[in-house]
Design a protein around this ligand. Structure first.
Ligand SMILES: Nc1ncnc2c1ncn2[C@@H]1O[C@H](COP(=O)(O)OP(=O)(O)OP(=O)(O)O)[C@@H](O)[C@H]1O
Ligand SMILES: [Mg+2]
Length: 209
C-alpha cells in the first residue's frame, strides 16, 4: 500500500471510528430514527421507500466500515439525485448519527458556507475545514464566487481543497451531474471530488407532496 493510501486510511479510520459502535444494524436504525424525528418536527410521517432504505443502508455500511460496502470505505460520500428524493434528509440524519456516536460531524448548507466567507468568519471557516466529518448540502445551488471587498473567492473549492489535502471525510449532496460540476467548479474540483467521495445516485420520485 502506498504511503499516501496508508495515511488516508489511518486518518479516515481515526476520524470515523472514534468512540463509535460500528454495528451496521445499529447505525441503520439510528439514521432511520433520526429521519423520523426530523420529519416529526415538520409534522410529517416517514414514508418507507425501497430506494431510500438502500441509500440509508449504503451510508450505514460506510459509517460502520462494513466489508459489504460496495464503494471505497476510505473516501467520503457524494449523494447525487434529482429534486425532492430525500438526499438532504438522509444527510441530516446521518450527521446526527455520527454525532450520536461521538464523532465530530457538522451539517452545513452551501449558502451558509458562502455566507461565512462573505463575512470573513475565519474561526468558523477553520472549524469547518478541520471538522472530522463535514456534510455540505446542495452543492451547486448558488454561484460559487463570493466577492469580499473585491476579492474573488470560491468557498466550496477552498474547503474541498483543504479537506482533500488533509484526508478528511466529506459528504455532499447535489443535483448536479459530473459534467455540471465541472462547468461550475472546474475540472480540478471535480477530480478532487472523485478522489474524495464515493458517488451515489439516489433515484425515485420527489417526496415533496
Ligand atoms: N422517507 C420520507 N418520508 C416522508 N417524507 C420525506 C421522506 N424523505 C424526504 N421527505 C420529505 O420530502 C421532502 C424532500 O426531501 P429532501 O429535502 O431530503 O430532498 P432532496 O433530495 O434533498 O431535494 P433537493 O434536491 O430539492 O434538495 C422534504 O420535505 C422531506 O421532509
Ligand atoms: Mg436537498
Amino acid at each position: 500500500m502506498a504511503v499516501s493510501q496508508l495515511l488516508r486510511k489511518i486518518s479516515t479510520t481515526q476520524m470515523i471510528r472514534s468512540n463509535m459502535k460500528s454495528d451496521v444494524a445499529w447505525v441503520e436504525n439510528d439514521i432511520l430514527n433520526n429521519m423520523k424525528i426530523i420529519l416529526s418536527y415538520r409534522h410529517k410521517k416517514f414514508i418507507p421507500n425501497e430506494l431510500i432504505n438502500k441509500a440509508v443502508q449504503y451510508v450505514s455500511q460506510w459509517i460502520a466500515f462494513d466489508d459489504w460496502f460496495v464503494g471505497d470505505l476510505y473516501k467520503g460520500i457524494m449523494i447525487r439525485g434529482s429534486v425532492g428524493v430525500g438526499k438532504t434528509l438522509i444527510m441530516q440524519a446521518t450527521t446526527a448519527t455520527l454525532q450520536h456516536m461521538g464523532s465530530k460531524a457538522v451539517f452545513t448548507h452551501i449558502s451558509d458556507l458562502n455566507e461565512l466567507y462573505r463575512q470573513e468568519d475565519r474561526e468558523a471557516i477553520e472549524n469547518l475545514k478541520h471538522i472530522n466529518v463535514l456534510a455540505i448540502d446542495d452543492v451547486g445551488m448558488y454561484a460559487p464566487i463570493v466577492n469580499v471587498y473585491g476579492n474573488i473567492i470560491n468557498p466550496f473549492d477552498d474547503i474541498i481543497d483543504f479537506r482533500y489535502r488533509q484526508n478528511k471525510a466529506t459528504m455532499i449532496t447535489t443535483n448536479l451531474t459530473a459534467e455540471q460540476i465541472k462547468e461550475m467548479f472546474g475540472l480540478r474540483t471535480l477530480d478532487r471530488l472523485r478522489e474524495m467521495c464515493n458517488d451515489y445516485t439516489l433515484t425515485g420520485k420527489s417526496m415533496r407532496a
